[in-house]
Design a protein around this ligand. Structure first.
Ligand SMILES: *Cc1c(COP(=O)(O)O)cnc(C)c1O
Length: 429
């Protein structure tokens, strides 16, 4: 594969940006290569600056559930751009998107738009701390909730890929307020709440973990979180930045029938533009200014371009059979992968909820971050690079999820399964 132009751009990029990138995992550090620079994307494929074409399962790390440059999204953005890109004042588009979010998510009556998932989570924590008058936050090891200070403790893929255990620069008195537990460990949760429940403002969880690879919640896990937080007077925050519109129109909370107090959203909700959101009941969200006294603001929040794109995506997701189609395509792909590993005798574990999936190179059952850490990352590295040579683009880390779009064709999926077999053979050598 010719990477000459990407390589030249990477040299220039490194001179003016940290590591040449604006988000760390993009730098391909975990797979020992140089990052590709992308020129364009259309549907399920991207093309780099050397003209190499890839079938894309990164989907901009999740948002692009209908692929790149969907004609209706592009049209909506252009139409709005001609009318202006930002006013710092209210628009009808914001109401439309808020109404769609409220009708989709069972626990959300009121929603506030922000500009990223990180911002949504940071605001949700402030809200929970403000309401309860408590400081402590409980999270799970390997879950990622954006790069806010309170949550950048044992925080999943980005840091794991780069081998960073703890992040310098976080005030220790704040980090101390973050309590970490092991994902799916109900006993651990009960013990902690018994000891410290009265000091806990909120427990935050990815109801389907997606940032240490995909790990579904064990039966009863989410219900236990709901029960324990309720008993302690703490808030339950579902970080549905990935799962929100990925596994159902209404997220994991709808799929599993558990009602959180606050829901964080992002990624798909902005249709590929920068958006985050957080929402909950009228009562909970009534504490946010200007109604309540907990302050949170944003110059570009509810940005018209992003709202226009988000509205199209929610409309597309409301059409019949979308999630059935996503399920069917994803199952076909993962079944094909599994068959390949069995044929070659490669140790691998498969996890999937709808169109988010992982293949872990380990013989351990995957239930939490401890088990994820048993993966053979050298094997992944060879596999990743061989797959790239075959024209398949997956996230450059064992600890990231794969994402199917609604427009990957059967032919592309078959092509991917063939490429997977070849890449597994290369990595097995
Ligand atoms: C991506 C992600 C975030 C952070 O969102 P950004 O838009 O990158 O700030 C937060 N939580 C989860 C679960 C995510 O996957």
């Amino acid at each position: 594969m010719n990477k000459e132009n990407s390589s030249t751009l990477y040299s220039s990029a490194k001179k003016v940006m940290p590591g040449g990138v604006n988000s760390p995992v993009r730098a391909f550090n975990a797979v020992g290569g140089e990052p590709l620079f992308i020129k364009s994307g259309k549907g399920s494929q991207i093309i780099d600056v050397d003209g190499n074409k890839f079938i894309d399962y990164v989907a901009s790390w999740g948002p692009l559930i209908f692929g790149h440059a969907h004609p209706r999204v592009v049209e909506a953005i252009i139409r709005q751009a001609e009318l202006g890109t930002s006013y710092g004042a209210s628009t009808e588009l914001e109401i439309e998107l808020a109404e769609k979010v409220v009708s989709a998510f069972p626990s959300v009556e009121i929603v506030r738009m922000v500009n990223s998932g990180t911002e949504a989570v940071m605001s949700a924590l402030r809200l929970a701390r403000g309401i309860t008058g408590r400081d402590k936050i409980v999270k799970f090891e390997g879950c990622y909730h954006g790069h806010g200070d309170s949550l950048l403790v044992k925080a999943g893929s980005g840091l794991a890929s780069l081998g960073i255990p703890e992040c310098p620069g976080i005030v220790s008195s704040l980090a101390e307020k973050t309590l970490n537990l092991s994902y799916n460990d109900v006993e651990g949760v009960r013990d902690l709440f018994q000891r410290e429940g009265k000091d806990i403002a909120a427990l935050i969880v990815e109801p389907i973990a997606g940032n240490m690879g995909v790990i579904p919640p064990s039966p009863g896990f989410l219900q236990a979180l709901r029960d324990e937080t309720k008993k302690a007077g703490a808030l339950l925050i579902f970080d549905e930045v990935i799962s929100g519109l990925r596994v159902s129109l209404g997220g994991a909370q709808k799929l599993f029938g558990i009602t959180p107090d606050i829901t964080c959203m992002g990624k798909i909700i902005g249709g590929g533009l920068p958006v985050g959101a957080y929402g909950g009941s009228k009562e909970v969200m009534g504490h946010i200014s200007p109604v309540g006294s907990i302050y949170q603001a944003g110059t570009l929040s509810g940005n018209p371009l992003a709202m226009a794109a988000g509205n199209v995506i929610l409309d597309l997701l409301s059409e019949p059979q979308v999630y059935e189609l996503l399920e069917e395509k994803s199952k076909k792909l993962c079944d094909g992968f599994e068959k390949n590993t069995q044929e070659l005798g490669v140790s691998a574990q498969f996890t999937r909820v709808g169109s988010m999936f992982s293949m872990f190179f380990t013989d351990q059952q995957i239930t939490n971050f401890e088990s994820v850490k048993t993966c053979d990352t050298n094997f992944f590295k060879s596999y990743f690079n061989a797959l790239l040579e075959e024209g398949i683009y997956i996230a450059p880390s064992q600890f990231e999820a794969g994402f199917m779009s609604a427009i990957h064709s059967d032919k592309e999926i078959d092509q991917t399964i063939d490429a997977n077999l070849k890449a597994l053979k290369v990595a097995s050598r």
